[in-house]
Design a protein around this ligand. Structure first.
Ligand SMILES: [Zn+2]
Length: 45
């Protein structure tokens, strides 16, 4: 899962099948990689 740094849409791209990472919404090529699940535990210990 990636997030377009231009339009902010979340894009699901399979790197094995996709040659390029391009936002399908705006065509921007710089996508920020997101973690597949929110695994960050922010509770204070
Ligand atoms: Zn975009």
């Amino acid at each position: 899962m990636y997030k377009c740094t231009n339009c902010g849409k979340k894009v699901n791209i399979d790197l094995k099948s996709a040659k390029k990472i391009i936002c399908p919404y705006c065509g921007y090529r710089i996508l920020e990689k997101l973690r597949p699940k929110v695994a960050i535990d922010v509770k204070a210990v």
